[in-house]
Write a protein that binds this ligand. Structure first.
Ligand SMILES: NC(=O)c1ccc[n+]([C@@H]2O[C@H](COP(=O)([O-])OP(=O)(O)OC[C@H]3O[C@@H](n4cnc5c(N)ncnc54)[C@H](OP(=O)(O)O)[C@@H]3O)[C@@H](O)[C@H]2O)c1
Length: 342
């Protein structure tokens, strides 16, 4: 039952314009949607970039490119209203999940989400801890699958994870080690212990760019850190490897900077150049783009129910203090940043 029809939203006013908390009318859920009173929503690197206008051209195709906008792609909270055909959810259920890029993101007191994009929160589990994970987990899972790794084939595979101490990296180490793979983490020395705890079989110092010494050693490589290291990572794959996936590719930036035609041509040529650098017989090469994938959400559900994966929270702030959360992510400070609307 919706009793208060006004909600608070963190509006990102425009590139350089900062943020304002605005009181806005809440809409009723459409068919297939539920409304969630947000207990917590995370701030991710994409939010920091979108606040500056990054991705506006391609994201405009899904109505997510114009300011003012509410950012945020994941949420945990309590169901407050249910649309028609919205599955088995009912008012009062505790849920967590993802929302595709939009101008009505999750940095708000209430958010409308597709029922298929959220999962029931296990009884007793902390909603704040759950809010830190869904967007990163789903993207990580898509990258792992994009590289050709599956739960079935991962056993004993050597996997190189660049950016291993970040959100995607830690979740990848946790999942891959659970799947029986042998992940090697590239991170900075202060993060070695966290990588080992997350399941890294080996840790390497990223500050000395260790790629040359790793020639042809890996079954799969994952780049969660830097596009400029992508070719060096491809050189770490063995012949007939499963493959490589990167979440840090220039897809959105190419279109932002070069427009539709030249952006498409540059994207095509970037991909072709990198594919050409793959060792002979490599099966997969993927530029991962987040989407609310049903199989990824099922894997997330399983990992949450088995209490396998999670991320450390570094900062919690109310909506009005959200600029602090954006600074935390921009400055690459440790732990995830959460916005707590209430
Ligand atoms: N394509 C998509 O749809 C999609 C979706 C989600 C995320 N992403 C991107 O994937 C990346 C990882 O996400 P995340 O949430 O895990 O980010 P994160 O928590 O900020 O972690 C990024 C990790 O990469 C390392 N790193 C960053 N820049 C680096 C550089 N230039 N050289 C070496 N290491 C570097 C960081 O190390 P230090 O902290 O030690 O510097 C950190 O461990 C981000 O760039 C994010 O924007 C893309």
């Amino acid at each position: 039952m919706v009793t208060n029809t006004i909600g608070s939203s963190l509006m990102c006013v425009g590139p350089g314009g900062g943020f304002e908390v605005r009181q806005l009318p809440r809409r009723k859920p459409a068919t297939g949607e539920i409304e969630v009173a947000v207990a917590a929503a995370s701030v991710n690197p994409i939010d920091v970039r979108r606040a500056k206008g990054y991705g506006r051209r391609l994201l405009s195709l899904m109505g997510a490119g114009r300011f003012p906008m509410v950012l945020g792609n994941d949420v945990a909270g309590t169901v407050t209203a249910v649309g028609n055909n919205a599955g088995a959810f009912k008012v009062g259920d505790r849920v967590y999940g993802v929302k595709p890029p939009s101008v009505e993101g999750t940095h708000a007191s209430h958010v409308l989400v597709k029922a298929g994009h959220v999962l029931p929160a296990p009884a007793g589990r902390d909603l704040q801890a759950l809010a830190a994970v869904p967007y990163s987990f789903v993207t990580m899972w898509l990258a792992v699958r994009g590289s050709g790794l599956t739960r079935q084939n991962a056993g004993g595979k050597r996997v190189l994870v660049h950016g291993a101490a970040g959100g995607l990296g830690i979740l990848a180490l946790q999942m891959l080690s659970r799947w029986g793979a042998q992940p090697t983490a590239i991170a900075r020395p202060p993060d070695f212990a966290a990588c080992r705890q997350a399941g890294a079989a080996e840790v390497l110092d990223g500050s000395i760019k260790p790629f040359a010494s790793l020639s042809r050693a890996f079954d799969a490589t994952l780049n969660f850190a830097a596009w400029e290291d992508d070719l060096a990572l491809l050189g770490c794959l063995r012949r007939d490897a499963l493959g490589h996936a990167t979440t840090v590719h220039p897809l959105l930036a190419n279109f932002d900077e070069l427009g539709w035609l030249r952006g498409a041509l540059k994207t095509f040529s970037d991909k072709r150049r990198h594919r050409a650098a793959l060792p002979e017989g490599t099966q997969n090469y993927a530029w991962t783009v987040f989407r609310p994938d049903a199989s990824a959400l099922q894997e997330l559900r399983q990992s949450v129910e088995q209490q396998c994966d999670g991320l450390t929270i570094g900062l919690r702030t109310p909506l009005a203090g959200a600029a602090q959360a954006f600074d935390h992510v921009r400055n690459r400070q440790r732990g995830r940043a959460l916005i707590l609307p209430e």
